[in-house]
Design a protein. Structure first.
Length: 577
């Protein structure tokens, strides 16, 4: 399965440290002595890069400085030589306009660091939303043996005897505050209980979804993705990952042998069966393209119809959080409920998928439901098509109020997020519970970065009447911790002239999730007239990274990757012959 064991001379690092009689080797070894190492500490040993997204500004990764030490411990134990590389941190909370703008930058940094330094294998530390796809995309493009160490979920939140989910309960209680049901004082008190420890969001948001996807793909140790960040098991997993990375370096098991079509199908099955985040659709398509695997929106919709949602974890489920999922058996237990839907013979960083889930048991049938008592009969994400989204849109229908899943209503259009914030509570707009809220210029180029604006707020007057969900449509994304009847990722986006740019307030829009359609009820001649009168919005960035992003980023249905990074083609190793 893992192939022949390499000799020390076959390691990439040999080209830097081991080739005798060359000035470059003599010079590199001189500098290693400058770093304080003797030859026997690193020469002939696999060099393991530890890519660390730790930062003071990232509360989801604040424990990763310590975890990197555990990884290094494991590398030393297994006879490797660890080198830690600090890389960009993508903090979902703090980085504006959105860390999605920088996912491809971290992917590029990861790829180029791995390629340009003497690295035989890599350990990738991350977990806050975009960090996981970014690190995996970079490692896939570099195609150097790699293992991912998920940052782990934070502990469950608590307030006045209630268990709180980060993100999910932030939105919920903020709305209750706006509806007049929660005082300033109570809101302040709740703030202290929402996020209790280091680690990523502990709902089945984007972070938990993507780390689970990484595990399902086979890029982590088995069971790694749900270990709480502050559990001592997390440190043990980090050390074990370090040890495993050394073995990967010796066997040369590169991402290209793990990230196959079958692996992506299993990751999609996993994400859908977990009731995971819609963001996974974009990230998995982007990662698949890096691996020259043709994964499309249609694959998600096809697989969704075959996979029941079994994870009763908020926000798709009603009750539990990631710590409950972990103690119910974690991902191996979850996957053991759907072996017939998986490709069990494919390789992972540690054995086949079948070997990883053999003997796994579910310890709580309400957290990981049996097939005959699912949270939902079908996977949590549906792909919509229609004249409003010719290249697709997605909706997490399991987190929407069921009566909205087939709905026709008049559009209320906001040209951008700021305009929406300014006017959403204006009584002159005449918004009712039947209205369809439309937000444009929030896509990959228009946002820019496709921010998580997709769960547009319910107007105050409707909140006070008890309305908690409405049909909302945008070319934005939505936080994995959000919920509601929100059609997202409309492609092509309005900023480049997609049909969303042509909608006018008062137009009737029909959402029909069962039929998988999203339709603007305006005839084609009228739409052509509007198209002819449409003028593109001004350029978002004149220079700098933003200009590169604007030039290169693709649409949501192709994963929002940079064209020059997604396309096939060889990039030579620095010392390749
Ligand atoms: Fe980092 Fe939610 S803010 S995962």
């Amino acid at each position: 399965m893992t192939g022949r064991r390499r000799s020390p001379e076959e390691l990439r690092s040999h080209q830097w440290y081991g080739t005798e009689g060359q000035l470059r080797t003599w010079s590199h070894n001189a500098r290693m002595r400058q770093l304080g190492y003797e030859d026997e500490e690193y020469r002939g040993r696999p060099v393991i890069a530890v890519l660390n997204t730790w930062s003071d500004i990232n509360p989801c990764h604040v424990h990763l400085r310590e975890r990197a030490q555990a990884v290094k411990r494991g590398v030393w134990q297994a006879g490797g030589f660890p080198l830690e590389f600090p890389v960009s941190t993508l903090s979902e909370t703090y980085q504006k306009p959105t860390p999605m703008l920088y996912r491809n930058l971290l992917a590029l940094e990861t790829e180029e660091l791995l390629r340009s330094y003497p690295v035989d294998a890599a350990v990738l530390l991350g977990g806050c939303d975009k960090s996981t796809p970014a690190l995996l995309m970079g490692a896939a493009s570099a195609d150097i043996p790699s293992i991912f160490v998920p940052a782990g979920p934070m502990l469950p939140g608590h307030w006045r005897g209630e268990t709180l989910g980060s993100g999910t309960d932030m939105w919920k209680y903020w709305d209750e505050h706006r509806a007049g049901n929660l005082t300033d004082c109570e809101l302040r008190e709740l703030q202290g209980g929402l996020a209790r420890s280091p680690g990523h969001c502990m709902t089945m948001g984007t972070a938990s979804t993507m780390t689970a996807a990484a595990e399902a793909l086979g890029m982590t140790l088995s069971g790694a993705s749900s270990i709480p960040a502050v559990d001592s098991g997390h440190e043990r997993m980090a050390a074990a990952s370090g040890r495993r990375a050394v073995e990967l370096a010796w066997t040369g098991l590169a991402p290209s042998r793990i990230l196959t079509r079958e692996a992506f199908e299993d990751a999609v099955t996993t994400v859908l069966g977990l009731g995971g985040s819609t963001n996974a659709v974009i990230h998995l398509i982007a990662l698949a393209r890096r691996c020259q695997v043709d994964l499309t929106l249609d694959d998600f919709d096809r697989i969704a119809r075959t996979v029941p949602v079994l994870a009763n974890v908020r926000p798709g489920g009603e009750t539990y959080l990631m710590e409950d999922f972990h103690f119910a058996g974690g991902l191996p237990a979850f996957l053991s409920r759907i072996p017939d839907l998986l490709h069990l013979d494919r390789p992972t960083v540690s054995g086949t998928l079948g070997e990883r889930i053999a003997g796994a048991q579910v310890h709580n049938d309400d957290v990981i439901r049996p097939r005959d008592n699912p949270v939902a009969a079908e996977g949590g994400v549906a792909v919509l098509r229609g004249n409003l989204c010719p290249d697709g849109a997605v909706i997490k229908h399991i987190s929407a109020e069921p009566h909205l899943l087939k709905h026709t209503g008049p559009a209320v259009v906001f040209d951008d997020y700021k305009a929406m914030q300014r006017t959403i509570n204006d009584p002159d707009l005449g918004i009712t519970a039947d209205s369809v809220l439309v937000l444009r210029n929030s896509g990959p180029k228009g946002g820019p970065g496709m921010p998580e604006y997709g769960m547009l707020p319910i107007p105050d007057h409707l909140l006070k009447q008890g309305v908690r969900d409405m049909v909302r449509i945008s070319d934005a994304r939505m936080s994995g911790t959000s919920y509601g009847a929100c059609a997202l990722h409309v492609a092509p986006e309005s900023y480049v002239g997609g049909p969303l740019a042509l909608v006018r307030t008062g137009d009737l829009i029909t959402l029909d999730v069962e039929a998988r359609t999203l339709q603007l009820n305006v005839d084609d001649e009228e739409l052509e007239r509007r198209r002819a009168a449409w003028t593109p919005p001004p350029t978002r960035y004149e220079r700098g990274y933003g200009a590169l992003y604007n030039d290169q980023v693709g649409q949501a249905d192709t994963g929002c990757d940079f064209e020059f990074l997604a396309r096939p083609g060889e990039v030579r190793d620095p010392y390749a012959g």
